[in-house]
Design a protein around this ligand. Structure first.
Ligand code: ATP
Length: 497
């Protein structure tokens, strides 16, 4: 990575933009490249610290005090520096201001002669006004080696600072597992998660792993659009969907070196289209558990709502994060919700179209061991490009369960609630529950249990049958819509069951 940045600087690019929340890492990288590889003069600016000339990672002298960027930019305009590097932190938000914008452009013109480079490091997206003159540089997430160094550094630092004895007991495979768990976090996030795990008992052992997974989950929840999902299911938890299960099982070893040696391309992903509540999400969790890969959910709906104006860079960031965690399962739930307007004349100024384009080209180009599972309930609204061959390995249609699968699903949910399915006439209940989805069958079991509990009796077939009588399944209420979906899927998708 440092080589690439060095080349960009040496190639006389006047403006390089690094969008990242890992500011420390970006600054450290720039300093390393400037001091050790290009041997140029480095200046640094931030709103709080002003402009300084930096002699080394720990030594600098201030030239312009902190405050708005114009005095610092003026200083640069007046400066007679050849082949220097100017690192600006968080200049982005000022880029929309006419005076700042003008000064930056004047500087860039000057740099074309003096072969200097302005590098922007911003946690917030850099506005188009500046981006159009910049070359983007992605620093990505820390590699396994870097994360291992973070773990060791955090441990040694805490040992030095703490007045209690701190010990680590991790063998090589446990250390590798720990590092794998930390992937997708920035260096400072990883350090915080590890520090929290050490602090609770002054030990770093394999017992800390669940805590670290939990720490990572909260960290991701608070900082990005990717959510780490617990996947503690097995394929025995899914009733029916045999075809889909078989297909997934066959691709289990698809990411191994043996598969590559055999001449196989790693699997890229599946699209599951279907009736709501029939186990699509459950399948994503089962695949992750079965393949032993972390499951990351990308909710494109959240991308749009939470970060208006930042959606595109958030999507790119989420994809980078998924790459950093690879091998991983990337699950895009209800993909139609976010990208539906990409197919129509959209009302969001082309945003969803652009985001959809970003996603499609990523799906096409990325070479990371990432298996994508996209789920959709209403595919008619989806842009046809998504269905084109080669994007997904297969498109499955998940229909309402057949009678024998309904019995199986009822059995699964009874067992989960500590009841023996053999004590029930599930064939009869399943026949009565015509048109019920998997989630409605689960609800049926829950309601019947409540009914029995209130009567202070044990749950019996009658409780289940009574609840069947009380429920109007979605498939009855939405009969036409489901018929339409089935017709649409008939020639385009492979049945999941
Ligand atoms: P939606 O489109 O509404 O998100 P979905 O198809 O993704 O629905 P799930 O979220 O997987 O459906 O289903 C909800 C719950 O219903 C599951 O957590 C599971 O408990 C139960 N369920 C659904 N289908 C099945 C099934 N085939 N076997 C066992 N349980 C099921």
């Amino acid at each position: 990575m440092s080589k690439e940045l060095e080349l960009l600087i040496r190639a006389r690019n006047p403006l390089i933009a690094i969008e990242t929340i890992d500011e420390e890492r970006a600054v450290a990288l720039v300093q390393q490249v400037v001091f050790q590889q290009t041997h140029r003069t480095l200046y640094q600016w931030s709103l709080t610290e002003g402009l300084s000339i930096v002699q080394s990672a720990t030594q600098s002298s201030n030239l312009v005090p902190g405050g708005k960027p114009q005095p610092a930019l003026q200083h640069i305009l007046d400066l007679d520096a050849e082949k220097a590097v100017f690192l600006f932190r968080d200049l982005g938000p000022f880029g929309k201001d006419a005076q700042t914008h003008r000064m930056v452009r004047d500087i860039l013109r000057k740099f074309a002669q003096s072969h200097s480079t302005l590098i922007l490091v911003d946690a917030l997206p850099i506005p188009d006004e500046l981006m159009r003159f910049a070359i983007r540089f992605e620093i990505g997430y820390p590699s396994a080696e870097e994360l291992e160094a973070v773990v060791k550094q955090t441990y040694h630092q805490l040992r030095k600072e703490s007045d209690k004895e701190i010990t680590a007991k991790l063998n090589r495979p446990e250390m590798e597992q720990l590092v794998q768990t930390l992937r997708g976090l920035t260096a400072s996030q990883a350090a915080r998660v590890v520090a929290a795990a050490i602090f609770d008992d002054h030990l770093l052992t394999k017992e800390d792993l669940p805590r670290i997974v939990e720490g990572k989950r909260t960290m991701l929840g608070s900082s990005g659009s990717l959510e780490a999902i617990a996947a503690d299911f097995s394929s025995n938890d899914i009733g029916g969907l045999d075809n889909l299960k078989r297909w997934l099982k066959q691709r289990r070893g698809g990411f191994t070196p043996d598969a590559a040696k055999f001449g196989l391309e790693p699997p890229r992903g599946v699209l599951m289209l279907g009736v709501p509540g029939c186990g699509k999400s459950l399948c994503a969790k089962v695949v992750a558990a079965d393949w032993g890969m972390p499951l990351m959910r990308l909710d494109p709906g959240v991308l749009f709502q939470k970060f208006i104006g930042e959606s595109e860079s958030q999507l790119r960031q989420a994809l980078r994060q998924a790459e950093a965690m690879a091998p991983a399962i990337l699950w895009i739930d209800e993909i139609e919700k976010a990208f539906a307007s990409a197919s129509a004349a959209s009302a969001d100024g082309g945003l969803s179209k652009r985001m959809f384009g970003t996603l499609l080209s990523w799906m096409q180009d990325h070479r990371h061991p990432i298996f994508m599972i996209a789920t959709a309930n209403d595919i008619s609204a989806l842009p046809p490009e998504l269905m084109r061959k080669g994007r997904f390995d297969e498109v499955f249609f998940v229909d309402l369960p057949q009678p024998e699968d309904r019995a199986h699903i009822l059995g699964i949910h009874l067992s989960r609630r500590k009841r023996d399915p053999k004590q029930f006439d599930l064939k009869k209940v399943a026949e009565a529950a015509e048109g019920f989805s998997g989630s409605e069958l689960e609800q049926l079991v829950v309601s019947a249990l409540f009914a029995a509990f209130n009567e202070k009796s044990e749950i019996k077939d009658e409780h289940l049958l009574q609840e069947v009588g009380k429920t109007r399944p979605l498939s009855v209420l939405n009969r036409e819509k489901i018929e339409e979906l089935r017709d649409w899927a008939a020639n385009r998708c492979v049945p999941a069951d």
